[in-house]
Design a binder for this molecule. Structure first.
Ligand code: ZN
Ligand code: ZN
Length: 719
């Protein structure tokens, strides 16, 4: 290129193109030419270099260019302020702002928006108020940024809203978009709708899009889809954000079929390879039953997935418990592809480790997070770790981590409260909840599930009632079916069976099988056969293929010695073709997971396990253990008693516990996980085993943790 032929004008032109196209390479060579100073120093050109680096996310280079500017003017300052706010450093931006002799509207707007993005309400609003005080002319963007900065301060927000109206700013599309987004994000769906539908024809694609997002967030998928169809009818521009929101709508409707059709449309328009839309597709498929294979396909079709997309994929796997191994695998592949995992990647992969109940992998990921410089105060990662340690049965490490966290939010407390409740340390759980209230950390519906179940387990009927009312009245949380189940459990355990039944009859939801199963369990405990039959029938009607209610009913009859009815239930079960789901249990020893099924013959050390159990059985019987053959009754139709006893002794959880005992050091605690609920006989047997061996044995079943120690279980024999 001949330097002589360069004119200042063409130089400017190329630089502008570089900025528009984020072309860093050409931009850098232009700057080298500029520094060689065959062109006279120009503030105008310097500003454009600052802008180029800022747009390309090169903060250090932007700052260098700014510092080299000989006569920085307000545009130079604005460019460098934009660079800092973009990198989420509004404080440094503010220091620069204070050096501007006469800040203009752009300076203000950039800085306020920078604070707003980070949720820094106070500095953003004081800048805004400062503008008003000196009578500085604002525009729609100023208001939009200030609205966003309100975060969850609805009082402040309504003041701003009235200011916007009185100043006539509510005619700006950007202001209305921010209002719609603000109200919807904070749960004021009606207000958001009122503004959107009040906008008339000036509303632009952004408002349409915000409103579709709003409906998606409020799980009003049908309305979102209707709005989308209206947009198509009016031939409005549909962009990737709208399309992603439509996918969200299908996700919340769990409409896999509609999602598939829409996917086909996306392929036709070529949008399916867009990472943003791809993310939406992965999210949709991972949340719909049986969608994981589609998920994988979508992911494979996107060339060079970015970190966000990898994270969506890992998250998709980890949300589906049976794909937890794949989540870990995906995490490793992402690293091999050269991506450095961020907070979000760690949160997802840690939750996969919790699902796998793999303490060794969990610990490994924990140390990797420390190596990857994920700050040790990152709250979301810590929350995931607390939940992981607790799910892996390591309550002490969970608590230690919880205590070391510099700050707690609702999720942290929810994790710890649930951990105590599931481990049968309900008093700690309730104590922590009271502290949560004192510390003004707002509880959520999840908190109340743990709290109510803790009350149920400790028989605190009055406290349970109090908390149930507090949830509705003080915190405005609408009780869900799960909360009602907790209340049924609470009353049922305490023997208030008719009151429990009344809860089922009066709850504002269709009682699901869980409600009736909870009542059924209570009937078993209190020997109320009549109500048990009713509850069992309801369960069977709602979930005909589930064996559990049949089994429980048969157990109730056999306890009462009503053998004819036991036979009837068995016949019913056979006729309905219901089979008990095969139980399996697993244990991690020396970083390897060992899986056992009943009557296992595949494990290499199975003979040693059976020998150990035989020896153990003798000692248990001496200590007073009686095999409870009811638990073998349904399965082993027609077998002789001796065989039944033998089979009972070979349930998967007993095998896993035995294997744990012979393959770990004396005194070491062991953790076994079972896919179904623990059986009554195994529960009793493991109590004896814990007393005889002096070991702490934890069994995490499909429902809760059983911590066996010195012949007792933390569940208090009720689960
Ligand atoms: Zn068993
Ligand atoms: Zn137990």
């Amino acid at each position: 290129m001949n330097q002589i032929s360069w004119t200042l004008q063409s130089f400017r032109q190329i630089l502008k193109t570089c900025i528009a196209e984020r072309d860093l390479i050409t931009g850098k060579s232009l700057q080298a030419l500029y520094i060689k100073s065959f062109i006279a120093p120009s503030t105008y050109l310097s500003n454009h270099f600052i802008l180029l680096y800022s747009k390309c996310g090169r903060l250090t280079a932007a700052r260098k260019a700014f510092d080299a500017t000989i006569n920085p003017n307000v545009f130079s300052f604005n460019a460098i302020i934009a660079a800092y706010t973009k990198e989420s450093q509004p404080r440094i931006a503010h220091q620069l702002f204070d050096q501007i002799p006469q800040p203009d509207l752009v300076s203000y707007n950039t800085l306020i928006a920078g604070y707003a993005d980070r949720g820094d309400t106070v500095p953003a609003i004081s800048l805004f108020m400062g503008m008003r005080e000196i009578g500085f002319e604002m525009d729609g963007f100023t208001f939009s940024a200030a609205i966003t900065a309100c975060c969850d301060d609805i009082v402040l927000m309504s003041q701003l809203h009235s200011l916007a109206i009185s100043g006539g700013y509510d005619s700006y599309v950007s202001v209305n978009n921010s209002l719609v987004t603000y109200y919807s994000k904070n749960g004021y769906l009606e207000e958001a709708k009122r503004i959107f539908y009040g906008l008339g024809e000036i509303r632009d694609e952004v408002s349409w899009n915000s409103m579709i997002v709003v409906y998606g967030q409020h799980r009003e998928g049908k309305k979102a889809l209707a709005l989308y169809q209206e947009m198509v009818r009016r031939e409005l521009n549909v962009d990737m954000f709208t399309l992603a929101s439509v996918l969200t709508a299908f996700t919340c409707l769990e409409d896999l079929c509609g999602g598939h059709q829409f996917h086909a449309h996306l392929i036709k328009t070529g949008f399916h390879q867009n990472p943003h839309v791809g993310s939406g597709l992965i999210d949709l498929y991972s949340k719909c039953r049986g969608g994981m294979s589609d998920c994988r396909k979508v992911f494979q079709e996107i060339s060079g997935p970015d970190l966000v997309l990898w994270n969506t994929m890992i998250s998709g796997y980890s949300q589906n418990e049976e794909f937890s191994e794949e989540a870990l695998d995906c995490f490793r592949r992402m690293q091999r592809a050269g991506h450095r995992p961020d907070d979000c990647s760690f949160v997802c992969v840690i939750s996969a480790c919790s699902n796998l109940t793999s303490p060794s992998q969990g610990k490994q990921i924990h140390s990797l997070a420390l190596k990857c410089d994920i700050p040790s105060n990152r709250i979301s990662v810590n929350n995931a770790l607390v939940a992981m340690y607790s799910k892996c049965g390591n309550l002490q490490d969970a608590r230690r981590l919880f205590d070391r966290m510099p700050e707690h939010n609702t999720v942290s407390l929810n994790s710890m409260i649930a951990a105590y409740a599931q481990h049968g340390i309900e008093m700690q759980s309730l104590l922590l909840f009271e502290q949560m209230l004192v510390r003004d950390i707002p509880p959520t519906n999840v908190t109340f599930i743990s709290v109510l179940s803790a009350c149920a387990h400790t028989g605190k009927v009055e406290e349970g009632r109090k908390y149930f009312n507090m949830m509705k009245e003080k915190f405005g949380i609408k009780p869900e079916a799960e909360h009602y189940s907790c209340m049924i459990d609470l009353l049922g355990r305490a023997g208030k069976l008719s009151e429990a039944e009344r809860v089922i009859e009066t709850m504002p939801y269709n009682p699901g099988s869980i409600s009736w199963a909870t009542l059924l369990a209570a009937c078993r405990k209190h020997g109320n056969i009549e109500l048990a039959v009713k509850a069992a029938n309801q369960c069977i009607q709602l979930e005909p293929s589930n064996a559990a209610p049949y089994v429980m009913l048969a157990n109730i009859y056999s306890t009462a010695g009503r053998w004819d009815e036991v036979q009837t239930v068995r016949k019913l079960m056979r006729d309905a073709g219901v089979k008990k789901k095969p139980g399996c249990s697993w244990i991690e020893v020396n970083k390897r997971v060992h899986v056992f099924v009943a009557e296992d013959s595949s494990h290499p050390l199975i003979n040693e396990v059976y020998e150990f159990l035989e020896e153990m059985l003798k000692k248990m019987k001496q200590a007073g253990y009686m095999p409870d053959l009811r638990w073998a009754l349904l399965r082993d139709d027609g077998t002789r008693e001796g065989e039944r006893e033998l089979r009972l002794g070979h349930h998967s959880e007993k095998l896993a516990v035995a294997f744990g005992l012979i393959s770990t050091k004396e005194g070491e605690p062991i953790l076994v996980v079972k896919n179904l609920r623990i059986c009554g006989d195994c529960h009793n047997a493991i109590k004896f085993i814990s007393a005889i061996t002096g070991r702490e044995i934890t069994v995490r079943d499909a429902h809760r943790f059983h911590c066996f120690k010195e012949g007792q279980c933390s569940c208090g024999d009720y689960w």
